[in-house]
Structure formats: structure tokens, C-alpha cells
Write a new protein. Structure first.
Length: 295
């Protein structure tokens, strides 16, 4: 009993020290300006002061290679206008602390707080919270790739028709952005057009587009355009071939997903559906056996 009281007292004292230290740190952190960034989701907005404080401490100490890797991951997920690489590192630290605090709160509500459960919260909470931003980015990237692969044939059709009607590739992409469906692909083409208006060569703008998105279909499309520019090939024929290839790939991908559906349904059927059937059948078998006097 005395040990539990001392442990609870130490935890409360540590929490008070953390709160006081965090408050002092927040007073030293410069005001965060997000005028040119995307609005924060509700969950991030609640913990953003802590993320800003953690970024203020961790950001200057990060290696340039780690920052470059984080920047590529953010670009591939389409979140580079939401958080910076330094803020992503601060978010990892805050997420780890929040996860540990959540586990401790659950343990305290269950009245099972002891040194073993405290160690359990630290061992499982810290890595889980640290990895959560990476899992979130991975999920955003997968969703983004699905939208891009779905919309790419449509954009290629608009670009092909515009080029065959007499526009250059820049004007054709502008028409595709205006007429095409909104989404991540439209946003990336808009960014490429801004690079072109800023004076960047077309080949360099296309390379940046491929590097940002890191999707095989986009890399193939940009490589074909760059090669056609270099050798003087017909852009219309190149774009039409790209459009047909992307449409065929999308059809094959849909066919693959349809063939995978029965396999993916096996686990839910075995875990949830079949046991219910067996329970119902066993109930009627039991009634029949009772009626026949076997039980």
C-alpha cells in the first residue's frame, strides 16, 4: 500500500513538473504562422501547441538526411503543405507521450496501477505513439495513389485531345486541370504549372512532378513526355499510347482486386459467419435429440 502511494505521488509530481515545464517552454516558442499551409484537422489542432514546442526543441538538432527523407514521405502522401519535416518529428514525440498518457489513464481507471503496469504502458505506448504518424502517412499515401491511378486516364484523355486540337503540352495540361475531376492529381498538375510559370524548364518541372508523387504510372508518363521532347516525336501519339496503357492497367488492377475478393472474404466468414451457422444447427440438433430421448 505504501509503495502504491509513493508511486502515485511520484506520477503526480512528474505530471506537475511536465505541465510546468511545458508551460514555460510554450512561452518561449515563437508564434506559429500557417498562412500558406493547409488547415489542421481537429485532432492535430488540439495537440498542436505541444507539437510546436517539441518542434522548437527537436527541429534544430535533426540531421539533413532525416529531414530530406521525411520531406519525401510527406510529398508522396500529399501532406507537405500540412506539416513540415521538423513538425513531423515533433508530432512523433507528442504522439508517443499522448499514447503513454492514454494507457496510464486506462490503467488508473481500472485501478490496476503498479510498477508492472507502468512499465507496460511505457514499453507499448512509446513505440506505438512514435510509429502512429508513419502509419497515418502510409494510409494517406495509399489513398492518394488510388485516386491518382483512377483519375490519370481521364486527365490523359483531356491532354491528348487538347494536343491534337493544336495546343502545346502546357496549355493542354491547363485545360485538363480546368476540365478534369478535382483531386490529388489535379493539385499536382497545378503545382507543375506554377513551376512552369516561374520559369522552370518543362523537363525539370516534369521530373519534380514525378519525384513528388513517387508513383510508377506518373514516372512513366513524365519520362515519355521528356523523351518525346528530346527526340521530336509526336506528342499526340505518345499521349494516346500512354492513355491506352494506363486505362488497360486500371482495368487489370480492378480485375485483380475482384479476383482477390473471395480470398479476403474467407477470414470474416470463418471467424464470424460459419460459427453462427454451426450454433444454429447445433441448437436444432440438440432439440431433436431431446425430443427423441437421447439426452
Amino acid at each position: 500500500m505504501i509503495q502504491l502511494s509513493l508511486l502515485a505521488l511520484c506520477i503526480v509530481a512528474a505530471m506537475v513538473m511536465v505541465i510546468v515545464g511545458t508551460r514555460g517552454l510554450l512561452n518561449q516558442v515563437p508564434q506559429d504562422e500557417r498562412d500558406y499551409q493547409d488547415p489542421l484537422p481537429f485532432g492535430l489542432k488540439m495537440i498542436w501547441p505541444l507539437v510546436t514546442a517539441a518542434t522548437f526543441v527537436i527541429g534544430p538538432r535533426m540531421k539533413s538526411s532525416d529531414l530530406e527523407k521525411a520531406h519525401r514521405n510527406l510529398q508522396a502522401a500529399g501532406q507537405d503543405y500540412l506539416v513540415t519535416p521538423e513538425e513531423l518529428a515533433g508530432l512523433r514525440v507528442v504522439a508517443a507521450g499522448v499514447m503513454v498518457g492514454f494507457f496510464l489513464l486506462v490503467v488508473m481507471l481500472l485501478k490496476q496501477l503498479n510498477p508492472a503496469t507502468f512499465a507496460f504502458c511505457l514499453v507499448f505506448g512509446l513505440p506505438l505513439g512514435w510509429l502512429y504518424p508513419s502509419l497515418w502517412l502510409g494510409e494517406r499515401r495509399k489513398t492518394r495513389q488510388k485516386h491518382v491511378i483512377r483519375d490519370l486516364p481521364i486527365f490523359l484523355d483531356f491532354i491528348t485531345m487538347s494536343v491534337e486540337a493544336g495546343l502545346n503540352i502546357t496549355g493542354a495540361i491547363e485545360q485538363a486541370v480546368m476540365k478534369g475531376p478535382p483531386g490529388p492529381l489535379s493539385q499536382e498538375f497545378s503545382r507543375m504549372l506554377r513551376d512552369l510559370r516561374a520559369g522552370l524548364p518543362r523537363s525539370e518541372a516534369l521530373k519534380r512532378l514525378a519525384d513528388r508523387m513517387d508513383i510508377a504510372q506518373i514516372s512513366s508518363f513524365t519520362s515519355a513526355l521528356i523523351q518525346a521532347d528530346r527526340v521530336g516525336a509526336s506528342l499526340g501519339e505518345t499521349l494516346r499510347a500512354q492513355s491506352m496503357q494506363r486505362r488497360e492497367e486500371r482495368f487489370l488492377r480492378a480485375e485483380k482486386l475482384a479476383l482477390e475478393a473471395p480470398v479476403k472474404m474467407m477470414a470474416p466468414l470463418i471467424m464470424f459467419f460459419f460459427p453462427l451457422i454451426f450454433i444454429v444447427l447445433a441448437y436444432f440438433i440438440y432439440l431433436k435429440m431431446v425430443e427423441d430421448g437421447l439426452l
